[in-house]
Ligand binder design. Structure first.
Ligand code: ATP
Length: 360
């Protein structure tokens, strides 16, 4: 594994289904040993892109270069990958042993070698000794472990995971994602996982590719995606974000629904309409004595109890009855009640500004 070596290069990949463009010219470089997640709303093209990489559905145009070789027109059986689907896709009439051994037998390996490899693989995915069971005798999580063992059996250079955890219940999902991540780390196999679950992407991926309507919106580490979203779509899609329309008055001030706030604005955006983004966890309740920049008196409209914290919906009405509504996270604070007026602060450093024309 060499994390500086390019392993997979996609160049201007387009996929059309008749008139409909599912992938609209995507380019992306994935490095050796990386764990990449394709994340985006339903229908944005994640699975289509994964299938183009696997050669299961060829792209309409564009290049797929794997390990220095142009595989753009290669059928899937000529490509080097293992794949796990959401629906396990095990052969129901074959034992666990035969399911895992499937790819090895196709390669005509000696029986003894296969038996020992299957034993090792089942040990590796935490299912030792289950060779003679049938898929129907296993839980969903166990079946997905078998599917993983089968995908890894031929030691592929690329592991493709298409929503591998979404059919499992929440508890199994959480521990399997830790195990898959640990296994990927240990093997160093370049991995791409499709998911629409942002928690899964944030916890497992080295880098996340955020997709929307067949294009890539941003590629970055989980921290970059969360803390420095490239646009309003990413800001709104990852985590929870307040997005408010505003007018940019100068490089240091904006107006939203009659309220003027301090901000840091690029010169070229001054005078324009924009979207102001601030995360609920970045808004704080101010002390009475504290007179800070961007302090605002707001009315508490609703309180959602979320266990460790509460999400408080507040609004501010100026003299013209323009209303600004946003949510904020508050750690256990029993003094906050619906209808009460509180003072909150929107710290300048947590306000992000995006051009308004982005579709959300
Ligand atoms: P999900 O999370 O719901 O699986 P996705 O991001 O994986 O979504 P894709 O399955 O890649 O989305 O589909 C992208 C778009 O292409 C969708 O609008 C879908 O309806 C369309 N599409 C996918 N396969 C075909 C097909 N065989 N024929 C026509 N349109 C298709």
């Amino acid at each position: 594994m060499n994390k500086h070596k390019k392993y997979l290069e996609l160049s201007d990949v387009v996929k059309k289904y008749g008139e409909f463009t599912a992938l609209n010219g995507l380019s992306l470089t994935i490095f050796d040993g990386e764990f990449i997640s394709f994340l985006g709303p339903s229908g944005c093209g994640k699975t289509t892109l994964l299938r183009a990489i696997a050669g299961l559905d060829l792209q309409t145009s564009g290049l797929v270069i794997q390990n220095g070789k142009d595989v753009s027109d290669e059928p899937s059986n000529k490509r080097d990958f293992g794949i796990v689907f959401q629906s396990y896709a095990l052969f129901p009439n074959l034992t666990v042993r035969d399911n895992v051994a499937y790819g090895l037998e196709n390669r005509k390996m000696p029986k003894k070698v296969i038996a020992s490899k299957v034993e090792d693989l089942l040990e590796m995915v935490g299912l030792p000794g289950s060779e003679s069971k049938y898929p129907a005798q296993l839980s969903g999580g166990q079946q997905q472990r078998v599917a993983l063992a089968r995908a890894l059996a031929t030691s592929p250079g690329l592991l493709l995971l298409d929503e591998p955890l979404s059919a499992l219940d929440a508890q199994v999902r959480v521990y399997l994602r830790k195990e898959i991540k640990a296994l990927q780390n240990k093997l160093g196999v370049t991995t791409i996982m499709v998911t629409h679950d942002q928690e899964e992407a944030l916890t497992m991926a080295d880098r996340i590719v955020v997709m929307n309507h067949g294009v890539i919106e941003q590629v970055g580490t989980p921290e970059q995606i969360y803390q420095q979203p490239a646009n309003a779509f990413v800001a709104g899609f990852i985590g929870t974000t307040n997005l408010l329309s505003c007018q940019l008055l100068s490089t240091s001030s904006l107006s939203t629904a009659g309220v003027n706030l301090a901000c840091e604005c690029r010169v070229d955006m001054v005078g324009q309409k924009a979207l102001m983004a601030i995360r609920p966890e970045d808004i704080r309740v101010s002390n009475d004595s504290e007179a800070s920049v961007n302090s605002l008196d707001v009315t508490v409209d609703d309180i959602e109890y979320l266990g460790a914290f509460s999400r408080v919906l507040v609004s501010h009405e100026d003299g013209l009855k323009l209303k600004t509504e946003f949510s904020m996270n508050v750690m256990r604070d029993l003094s906050i009640k619906v209808g009460k007026v509180i003072t909150v602060t929107l710290p300048v450093e947590h306000i992000r500004l995006f051009p308004e024309e982005r579709s959300l």
